[in-house]
Design a binder for this molecule. Structure first.
Ligand SMILES: Cc1cc2nc3c(=O)[nH]c(=O)nc-3n(C[C@H](O)[C@H](O)[C@H](O)COP(=O)(O)OP(=O)(O)OC[C@H]3O[C@@H](n4cnc5c(N)ncnc54)[C@H](O)[C@@H]3O)c2cc1C
Length: 400
């Protein structure tokens, strides 16, 4: 058996694999209820705090961060948006979230959420082990163990429960999946080339642009930093995209003359996938966030789903550790999946609506334009978009 340096296996009630939004928030929620956990994270603290990804928080996520005492910086620096703009065929239409759905969204980088959670966990005495790679989870129907590598050593963590919050790497999932599970999956024939750039946003709200050359998105992180995306083929590499080409293409697709090129701080291409694992649990192993499901980023749902999952999981764990009752734990997957599938549908719908289908014919293209016009002129259709974007199901009340 693998041991730590003192020759004994470490123990914790809850072993958490992954220090993304899901793993960190779960550890924080449990701490607030007096339950210890240990978080194992493959990467360094610096790496996870700089990893640029999501940036849109639904109101339910904002409420969770505020209610659990980690929302102060978000309240000061987050940008509250009451709508988005849709551009196509030289037209611009605004989807007014406040008017149509009664709620707003907050633009605040995922890496900022991660920084806030790490700072709080560490100041609360939390145990986050960076550069610790989980390699397998064993005995998930009894007292599970996580085998992991850290600083060249093979170690083991004994737990009563393991939360697999390891994103799309799926070490935790692969420890439980067999023929009794269903993994629903769709590969999209394109990806997103994303840049983070030092240039003031040319817009006060996100612009989603449908263009015959492909989709583009203008988002932002601060009044000085913009986040911009281009649809590219699924197998594209950055070698074909020097900075000039990126800026030219953004200007054409976004139809935004105010957008000024700036220093590119970060760039990369993300393939687009839809994945759902059902159920999200087995025995004492529970998957949360991207470890259980992936959405294409068009609907801005990934981080929000991750936070929602762990809020539900924490509720079940608190009941279990306080009374031994497993009712809420045993229905964890069922309670998450309803919302997950709504988000999967919305994300696939937005993706299909806004992207150019590489295999599509001119008829298909015209149908898409007609649908975009419908969505932007029918109050019922615009409301569908608005209420799903801000979060159709407000989710459970924050635990803390
Ligand atoms: C380009 C892009 C844009 C996006 N935009 C949005 C958006 O606007 N809004 C939104 O809500 N979502 C968005 N998403 C999705 C969002 O980023 C993810 O859904 C979110 O990161 C999920 O959080 P998580 O904690 O489940 O997983 P992750 O953030 O992936 O965290 C998993 C963690 O586990 C660690 N890990 C992996 N394997 C191991 C191992 N073996 N041992 C230990 N640790 C391990 C990883 O290093 C990582 O830190 C976007 C994603 C991308 C790629």
């Amino acid at each position: 058996m693998a041991r730590n340096s003192s020759g004994t296996a470490d123990q914790t009630p809850v072993g958490i694999i992954g220090a993304g939004p899901a793993g960190l928030m779960l550890s924080h929620l449990l701490h607030l209820q007096g339950i210890d956990s240990i978080v194992l994270e493959l990467r360094s603290r610096e790496y996870v705090e700089k990893r640029v990804r999501a940036g849109v928080l639904e109101q339910g996520s904002v409420d969770l961060l505020n209610a659990t005492g980690v929302g102060d910086r978000m309240k000061r620096q987050g940008l509250v948006h009451e709508g988005i703009k849709l551009r196509f065929s030289g037209e611009e239409h605004r989807i007014d979230f406040r008017k149509l759905a009664g709620r707003s969204i907050t633009v605040y980088g995922q890496q900022e959420v991660v920084k806030d959670l790490i700072a709080r966990r560490l100041s609360d005495g939390g145990d986050i082990r960076f550069e610790a790679q989980a390699v397998a989870v064993g005995d998930i129907s009894g007292q599970p163990t996580i085998r992991y590598r850290q600083a060249g050593d093979h170690r083991e963590l004994r737990c009563r429960v393991v939360a697999g919050c390891d994103g799309s790497h799926r070490v935790a999932a692969s420890s439980m999946l067999d023929d009794s599970f269903q993994v629903y999956e769709r590969q999209w024939p394109f990806g997103w080339l994303g840049i983070l750039a030092r240039t003031p946003p040319a817009t006060d709200e996100l612009i989603y642009a449908h263009h015959e050359r492909g989709f583009a998105l203008h988002s932002m992180r601060t009044p000085e930093i913009s986040r911009l995306y281009l649809q590219v083929p699924a197998d594209e590499t950055m070698d074909h995209w020097p900075a000039d080409r990126i800026w030219d293409e953004l200007r054409i697709r976004l139809n935004e003359p105010k957008l000024k090129p700036g220093e590119i701080l970060e760039q990369g291409i993300t393939p687009m996938r839809s994945v759902v694992t059902e159920p999200m649990q087995r025995g004492n192993l529970f998957l949360a966030g991207d470890a259980a499901h992936i959405v294409p980023p068009t609907g801005a749902k990934g981080m929000n789903l991750a936070l929602n999952d762990v809020n539900i999981l924490a509720e079940g764990l608190v009941e279990y550790f306080r009374s031994g009752a497993r009712d809420k734990l045993d229905t964890y997957s069922e309670r998450c999946l309803r919302r997950v599938w709504r988000a999967e549908h919305f994300s696939a719908w937005m993706t299909g609506l806004l992207h150019r289908d590489p295999a599509g014919d001119p008829f298909e293209y015209k149908l898409r334009l007609s649908y975009l016009r419908y969505v932007t002129t029918s109050t019922a259709a615009a409301t569908t978009l608005a209420e799903n974007y801000v979060g159709f199901d407000p989710g459970p009340t924050p635990l803390a």
